[in-house]
Ligand binder design. Structure first.
Ligand code: DQA
Length: 148
């Protein structure tokens, strides 16, 4: 794929998980909307969710071998804990956008530090599921200008 969307732990529960914070859109809805939008633009997009740090790391390693151009990642709770996931993204050198459904800066203090933000092309948080779509629009424009 040209674009890879990675979802961290507990995001498989979207739709029923604390909907007052994360909304009622399911992960399947999000992935379908992204896949349709990318397809309409003629860009291949694959989504992957895992509750396991190592599985996410190995998916990032595979992305380099596959020639993935850009990653959209919501590292979920690993945002605030995972040096290993950060190192994986730094290690493959694939540019990425960090997305959070909620505004992490308006929540508990432990959510206000990210191991990813300083490496990210950009960060979107607090815009719900639409944040992923906005990240995708940005990357579709960038892919188009890369190949122009
Ligand atoms: C999250 C915010 C994180 O703090 C939290 O652990 C999540 C989801 C978000 O999308 O708002 O699991 O990344």
């Amino acid at each position: 794929p040209r674009l890879l969307v990675l979802h961290g732990p507990n995001l498989n529960l979207l739709g029923t998980r604390e909907p007052q914070i994360y909304g009622s859109t399911t992960l399947a809805d999000i992935n379908l909307a992204l896949a349709r939008r990318a397809e309409a633009a003629g860009v291949e997009l694959v989504s992957f969710q895992s509750n396991h740090e190592g599985a996410l790391i190995e998916r990032i390693h595979a992305a380099r071998a596959e020639g993935v151009a850009y990653i959209i990642i919501n590292p979920a709770a690993y945002t605030h804990t995972s040096v290993a996931l950060r190192d994986a993204l730094a290690g493959v050198g694939i540019p990425f956008i960090e997305v959070h459904l909620s505004n992490v800066h308006a929540r508990e203090p432990f959510r206000q530090h990210s191991y990813f933000s300083d490496l990210a092309v950009g960060v979107i948080c607090g815009l719900g599921a639409e944040g992923y779509s906005l990240a995708l629009e940005y990357l579709l424009a960038r892919v188009a200008s890369d190949t122009a």
